[in-house]
Design a protein around this ligand. Structure first.
Ligand code: GLY
Length: 369
């Protein structure tokens, strides 16, 4: 009998086997696709924070399909990504995302020693962004010395990983300090989380909240909620600390209450009612976080909500034609700035859709641990 999630995974692998050769010919790491072409990131070249999702997607597709072409393509782009260690200036706290699920995927799946060393290198770079007043600095720039952002919860996994690999507790201790600061400073009474909190970089005292990529100051950027939900779930998986599990459940309750009737996700949960601005990146990340949270908490309602999100994505926003090189449509990078894509096919949407399908099909290699 046909299983829609296995069918979707097969169609995704077939589509990528058709379209990824174009990226290799161009010699690039793709960021988005339209009209049958891949395009690179609009900012920062191969240092743009999404670069690791392409090779990570290859590891997801390889885990589902075992076609060696995916291994070759992952390694081609990992070489481009690790070349950025030398350039350095555009790297930021997202080295966690970038290298754990790409080079770390290679180590996890093939045992590549170079992959392992590259992840340790990235973990050390992330450690270098730690402010001993209690937070990991997100971005560079004179105005951002005290910025910490909710997205960083996903980056902490690389630090827990590095402590397990080396036996050196420093990495995990820094991750826990940052997670505790996030727990203290980012949560609101309704279970939603802020995107950006600015601290005084000299004293660590909270200065203010910033609106970030959401609709407005104090609103709820849906992708930020998804990062927090999945990030705290991973912090719990890494530590067994129940406070992190409870934090993930608080965000999950809020997120689930805001899933649209069609299973899609608005770009901001507080956006005006007549605004059509969908962010399926948030939906795909949220689905993965919810399904992982169901495993950790034993509450199947989270799994069911994750499946509702995947069903919405497959029913309404998956492109199996050659109009797009990738699959997931209606991905929106930022509420007010369309420069990085609005209602587009963006590569990390495809990554999280593949991870969600992998969870449902039993092929997910769990690249975050
Ligand atoms: N981590 C940046 C973003 O989600 O746009």
């Amino acid at each position: 009998m046909s299983n829609p999630y296995q069918d979707a995974a097969k169609k995704m692998a077939d589509k990528y086997l058709r379209t990824m050769a174009q990226a290799a010919e161009m010699g690039v790491i793709p960021y988005y696709s339209e009209h049958g072409k891949w395009y690179t990131a609009p900012y920062s070249g191969n240092s743009w924070w999404t670069g690791g999702f392409w090779p990570a997607l290859m590891w997801q597709l390889y885990s589902a399909d075992r076609d060696e072409a995916f291994v070759k393509e992952a390694r081609r782009t990992q070489d481009l990504l690790t070349a950025e260690f030398r350039r350095y200036v555009d790297l930021n706290h997202d080295v966690g995302f970038m290298y754990l699920i790409s080079c770390g995927g290679d180590y996890k799946i093939t045992g590549s020693e170079q992959g392992r060393v590259d992840v340790l290198h990235a973990a050390s770079l992330l450690m270098g962004r730690f402010n001993p007043e209690g937070f990991i600095r997100a971005w560079d720039g004179d105005n951002a010395r005290g910025y910490a952002i909710i997205d960083c919860m996903m980056n902490l996994s690389i630090l827990f990983w590095a402590s397990r690999q080396t036996g050196d507790p420093r990495f995990a201790k820094v991750a826990r300090i940052h997670a505790d600061t996030t727990l203290r400073e980012f949560f609101r009474p309704d279970g939603s989380v802020s995107h950006i909190i600015e601290f005084d970089p000299e004293t660590g005292k909270r200065v203010r909240e910033h609106g970030g990529q959401g609709y407005a100051l104090g609103s709820s950027w849906s992708r930020g909620q998804a990062w927090g939900l999945y990030g705290f779930t991973l912090a719990y998986k890494n530590t067994g600390d129940k406070r992190y599990l409870e934090a993930a459940e608080r965000i999950a309750g809020y997120f689930i209450d805001h899933i649209r009737p069609d299973g899609l996700t608005d770009s901001d949960f507080c956006q005006p009612k007549d605004e059509v601005r969908i962010d399926n990146l948030a939906g795909a990340i949220g689905a993965c976080g919810l399904m992982e949270l169901a495993k950790e908490s034993g509450n199947t309602a989270y799994h069911d909500a994750g499946v509702r999100l995947v069903d919405g994505l497959l029913e309404h926003c998956s492109d199996w034609t050659d109009e797009k090189c990738g699959v997931l449509t209606h991905c929106t990078a930022s509420y007010h700035d369309d420069g990085a894509g609005r209602h587009a096919n963006i590569i990390y949407g495809d990554y999280f859709l593949a991870e969600a399908l992998g969870k449902l099909n039993g092929t997910d290699p769990m690249l975050w641990m």
